[in-house]
Design a protein around this ligand. Sequence first.
Ligand SMILES: O=C(O)CCC(=O)C(=O)O
Length: 268
Amino acid sequence: MTDEEKYYFDLCGYILVRNALTQEEVTALNRALDARWDDLQEVHESLARGAKDLVGSHRRKGLGLPFESNGAEGEACRSLLAHPNINPYLNEIIGVGFRLDHPHSFIVQEKGCEGHTFHGSTGPAFDPNQYYIVRNGKMNSGLTVVTWQLEDVNSGDGGFTLVPGSHKGNFPVPEGVRRYEIFQDRFEPIVMKAGDAVIFSETVLHGTLPWTADLPRRSILARYTAANLAYVPYKYKDLLEQLSDQLTADQKAVLEPPYHTRLNRPTL
Ligand SMILES: O=C(O)CCC(=O)C(=O)O
């Protein structure tokens, strides 16, 4: 991560990694999604929660990544666990020894799909799972999200959106901001190409705008955290047991349970 990228992440709470995936990886991951399209599940309840500019004709769909698949599909899925183009950013943003917390899932928004009210762990209280603190020139982000794009996101399409800089907020987020009712021109929908990835601290105020494009939004979202932390229980154990023969040492390293790096923890 360059000094310029560190400056930008610290200022805004997110960074866009262009061409994080090769065209071959994007193709393999799109094939994996196509093959499971009918298995996509709508989220159980509306994420728009009645907010006037976030409602839509239907809900977002998702599905866990088929890490166990054979061939190029499986390899592309498993490579996202500890991707060489993302690892250096997570080492810097979260810290060496970072681990996977919420395993990867596809996110699909079809035309007319509702948005998601804005959330994030920005001020005023300290949240021991989701925090962003800088000490001695080193960033320390707790829960941190990586979202890969399998299709272009153009201006006006909707989709992932955030309020840059809000990870440093010190006052409660007003309900009208959470519901995207005020300061709309301060929200930044992130325009991306297929193969790009966005990394953001869960502390930044973020959510989703309704999807307006003809082609569906096709993203993959995962959350990582610090070596000593867990937000969700035991998912790493399930994945390790299910996949152990198929994983590289780096991929296994991010599936380690939470414990101190001092105790011979494998790191990337
Ligand atoms: O990528 C998005 O649309 C935002 C997803 C999100 O923040 C969530 O599911 O909690």
